[in-house]
Design a protein around this ligand. Structure first.
Ligand SMILES: *Cc1c(COP(=O)(O)O)cnc(C)c1O
Length: 407
C-alpha cells in the first residue's frame, strides 16, 4: 500500500480545488484530506512493525479523522471522557481504548470505570497515587498503566516538553513503590511515558536518552505487558525544515527500549494529522502602512497556535500563487495584537478577495478553535479522492448563544 511522501506541503494541495471550496462553503474553512491521514498513520505504523501504534485523539478529535485512523488500523488513546466517547462513536471497540487520566475530574474517572465494566480490555493510565486510590474507591480493579516522569524531556516549546513538567506522571524514584501498591489492587499491564512533542532532527537523540531512562524504570517493575513511549513525533512546519527521518527514529527508540521485556506501544498525534488539513481564508482588507497588512477572516479563534506558541504555519496565496512575492503581515478580525499569523513574510502579493491557505493545521487546530469575539466556529470539509463531504457544518451565532439564559 502507498504510504505517501514524508510530508505534504501547502504547494502540493490542489489550489483550484481550495479556491472552489472557499466559494462554495465560505471561509474560514478547514479542509481535511482523509487519504493523507491514512497515509501518515500507515507510514508510522510500518516503521514500527512490532509495535502497537495508537492515535492520540486529543490532537484532532474530528469524526472524519477518527474514522480515517480506525480505517487504517489504529487503536485510540484518549485523555478525556469526551475523546473516548467520540472514538466509540467513530467505530472504535472500547476494549481497544487506552484512557490517560491527567488530573481527572470525578465524572471522567466514573465514565472510564463504567466503560470498563462493559469493556474489560480498556486500559486506564494514571500518573498520581491518589488517582489510583480514587479508581479503587470506584470499585475498579482492571487494567492499568502507570505514567512515569523521567525528569527530562524534549520538544519545540517548554509547554509541550511534558517530561519536564511535574504535572505529568509519577517521579521515577517513586515508581517501584507505586508499582507494588498498584499491583496489589489492579491488573498492572504497562508503563507509560510521553516525554515530548514536536521532536525533529537531532532532538531525536535527546528524546531517545529520555526513553532510555524510562526503559530502565520500566525494567524495574517487570513483568508488564507493554511499555508505551507516548507520541512526540515532529512535523516540518517550515518549508525549509526536513521531515522526520522515521527509520532513524524507529532505530533510536528500539535501541532505547531494547532491554525491556514488554511490547512496545506508541501514541503519535501530531504526526498523523498535521499536514492532512489546511485552512482556507479570504482576504478582506489590505492596508499599506509602510509595510503591507493583510486582513483575513480566519483568526486566533480559528487557529490559536501562532498566538499561543508563536508557532509558524505556512501561508500561500492559492488564488494567485504566481504573483510576485511581497513581504506582508496577515492578521484576523480579533481586537488583540496576538491575532497575527505572520509578520513581514513574503507571500504572492495578496489582493482583496484572494483566498489564502494556512497549512499544517490538522494538529491542535480545530480542537483548539474557540468562539472568541462570539465568532461561530468554522465548517470543515473532508475530501477522500473525488469525494467531498461537509463533516462539520459552520456554526451560527445561535450556536454561540444557545447555552445562555437570563438569570
Ligand atoms: C498529546 C499526547 C500525545 C500526542 O502527542 P503528539 O506530540 O501530538 O504526538 C500522546 N500521548 C499523550 C498522553 C498525550 O497527552
Amino acid at each position: 500500500m502507498d504510504n505517501g511522501p514524508p510530508v505534504r506541503r501547502l504547494a502540493d494541495w490542489d489550489h483550484d480545488r481550495l479556491v472552489a471550496f472557499a466559494d462554495r462553503f465560505e471561509t474560514p474553512l478547514y479542509v481535511l484530506d482523509r487519504e493523507r491521514v491514512r497515509e501518515n498513520y500507515r507510514r508510522i505504523d510500518s516503521a514500527f512493525p512490532d509495535a502497537e501504534v495508537m492515535y492520540a485523539a486529543k490532537t484532532n478529535t474530528g469524526r472524519a479523522v477518527l474514522e480515517s485512523v480506525l480505517d487504517a488500523g489504529a487503536t485510540i488513546e484518549g485523555a478525556a471522557a469526551g475523546e473516548l466517547q467520540r472514538a466509540i462513536d467513530a467505530g472504535a471497540d472500547p476494549n481497544d481504548l487506552q484512557y490517560t487520566a491527567v488530573n481527572p475530574p470525578d465524572r471522567e474517572l466514573e465514565y472510564a470505570v463504567d466503560l470498563a465494566a462493559e469493556a474489560p480490555g480498556l486500559t486506564i493510565t494514571a500518573g498520581a497515587r491518589d488517582t489510583f486510590d480514587r479508581l479503587e474507591a470506584l470499585g475498579y480493579s482492571g487494567r492499568v498503566a502507570i505514567r512515569v516522569n523521567p525528569g527530562i524531556g524534549t520538544g519545540h516549546h517548554d509547554d509541550v516538553a511534558t517530561g519536564k513538567h511535574a504535572k505529568f506522571g509519577i517521579p521515577g524514584d517513586d515508581l517501584p513503590a507505586v508499582a507494588d501498591s498498584v499491583r496489589e489492587r489492579f491488573d498492572l499491564v504497562g508503563v507509560h511515558a510521553h516525554v515530548g512533542s514536536g521532536v525533529l532532527g537531532d532532538e531525536i537523540d535527546e528524546h531517545a536518552r529520555a526513553l532510555e531512562v524510562v526503559a530502565d524504570l520500566a525494567k524495574g517493575v517487570e513483568p508488564i505487558e507493554f511499555l508505551d513511549v507516548g507520541g512526540g513525533f515532529g512535523v516540518p512546519y517550515r518549508e525549509d525544515t526536513d521531515p522526520l527521518d522515521l527509520d532513524r527514529v524507529a532505530d533510536a527508540i528500539r535501541d532505547a527500549v531494547a532491554g525491556v521485556d514488554a511490547d512496545l506501544k506508541l501514541e503519535p498525534g501530531r504526526y498523523v494529522v498535521a499536514d492532512a488539513e489546511c485552512i482556507v481564508t479570504r482576504v478582506n482588507t489590505i492596508k499599506e502602512v509602510g509595510s503591507t497588512v493583510v486582513g483575513v477572516d480566519a483568526s486566533l479563534a480559528t487557529l490559536v497556535r501562532p498566538a499561543m506558541f508563536g508557532a509558524y504555519h505556512p501561508i500561500r496565496n492559492v488564488s494567485a500563487p504566481d504573483r510576485e512575492a511581497t513581504p506582508v503581515s496577515v492578521g484576523g478580525p480579533c481586537c488583540t495584537g496576538a491575532d497575527v499569523f505572520c509578520t513581514d513574510r513574503p507571500i504572492a502579493r495578496p489582493e482583496r478577495g484572494d483566498v489564502l491557505a494556512i497549512g499544517m493545521a490538522g494538529a491542535y487546530g480545530y480542537d483548539l478553535a474557540s468562539q472568541f469575539h462570539s465568532q461561530p466556529r468554522p465548517a470543515e470539509v473532508a475530501i477522500d479522492g473525488d469525494h467531498v463531504a461537509v463533516v462539520r457544518r459552520r456554526e451560527t451565532i445561535d450556536d454561540v448563544t444557545r447555552v445562555e439564559r437570563s438569570g
